[in-house]
Design a protein around this ligand. Structure first.
Ligand SMILES: NC(=O)c1ccc[n+]([C@@H]2O[C@H](COP(=O)([O-])OP(=O)(O)OC[C@H]3O[C@@H](n4cnc5c(N)ncnc54)[C@H](OP(=O)(O)O)[C@@H]3O)[C@@H](O)[C@H]2O)c1
Length: 276
């Protein structure tokens, strides 16, 4: 198949590489993208298209993997180009947002499939989970395109929205609890009781300090993207009649780390300074 990847980020490029390994042609659209996306696309032997329309010409599938706040915009662009193949939205968005993207691309003539990615990029043996939901036939086509070598594919017998809901529920705990941990440490710092908290943790919850350090370093460069994901999770809770406040607060925590975007050298002190 010819598959258009919008766009080759850290996760998206790993999915594209899995498709190339399965014998598919993966196109990407260079227009507007950074040097980092270009380098990933070149390293994984994706074929460049000069613009979206030429990229979509003759393609059978589009795979959207981008920061959550741009998921709808990407779908609108593809619908406007009149794409009539399978459109897979694999972004960290609420089931409601997933259904909106699906309706948008369907209006342009495409068949929507909902997807949710859980786990790290498929590199060096890491095997993320790709949840799929929607009409059975296109879901089966997407599952077959990936095969099962680089990712673990889980086809849910459920409508569009279910794969996104699975992703939301998973990340609600992982990234939500990470934000809470950072906030707790910032509170101790503000109150001048960091030593006391560290002592209590070392005595009663010995793993927590190590998790805090790991969380700070891991979250800092990606927090700008987590903020929108937390907002999507808050909306998911709200639609389910559950309190949205946990993840609204998590969005604010990650939002305060915006300027650490891409900073792989940032650590706990950088994070706590910004939170306090
Ligand atoms: N990384 C992970 O471990 C992980 C795990 C699970 C799920 N995911 C999901 O995968 C998605 C993307 O993650 P990622 O790690 O690939 O992110 P990333 O490395 O930050 O890449 C994001 C891609 O989207 C592009 N982009 C930036 N601004 C855009 C815009 N306005 N419109 C459309 N595309 C835009 C970027 O292009 P330029 O920067 O070149 O402009 C880049 O190619 C997210 O929804 C995330 O939740 C990621």
């Amino acid at each position: 198949m010819i598959i258009v990847l919008l766009h080759p980020g850290a996760m998206g490029s790993s999915l594209g590489a899995a498709l190339v390994a399965n014998g598919h042609t993966v196109r990407w659209v260079g227009e507007g993208r950074s040097a980092a996306s270009r380098a990933r696309a070149e390293a994984d032997a994706f074929t460049e298209a000069s613009d979206l329309r030429s990229g979509l010409d003759g393609a059978e599938m589009v795979l959207s993997v981008c920061p959550p706040e741009f998921a709808l915009q990407v779908g609108v662009g593809v619908a406007a180009a009149g794409f009539r193949g399978i459109y897979v939205d694999a972004n960290a968005i609420s089931p409601e947002s997933g259904r909106t993207v699906a309706a948008t691309v369907a209006e342009g003539g495409a068949t929507p499939v909902d997807a949710g990615i859980v786990g790290p990029p498929a590199r060096g043996g890491a095997r993320p989970l790709l949840y799929l939901s929607g009409p059975q036939l296109p879901v089966a086509t997407v599952a077959e395109a990936f095969g099962d070598s680089w990712l673990e594919i889980v086809s849910l017998d459920a409508p569009v929205g279910a794969a996104s809901a699975t992703k939301m529920a998973f990340a609600a705990w992982t990234k939500g609890s990470a934000a809470l941990l950072l906030a707790v440490r910032a509170l101790a710092e503000s109150e001048g009781v960091t030593e006391g908290l560290d002592h209590a943790w070392a005595t009663l919850i010995p793993d927590l300090h190590e998790r805090l350090t790991r969380t700070a370093a891991g979250s800092a460069p990606k927090a700008w993207r987590f903020r929108a994901e937390m907002t999507e999770i808050a909306a998911t809770f709200s639609s389910a009649g559950l309190p949205a406040g946990f993840h609204e607060a998590a969005a604010e925590i990650y939002g305060r780390l915006d300027d650490l975007r891409g900073r792989d050298d940032a650590g706990l002190d950088d994070v706590i300074t910004r939170l306090t």
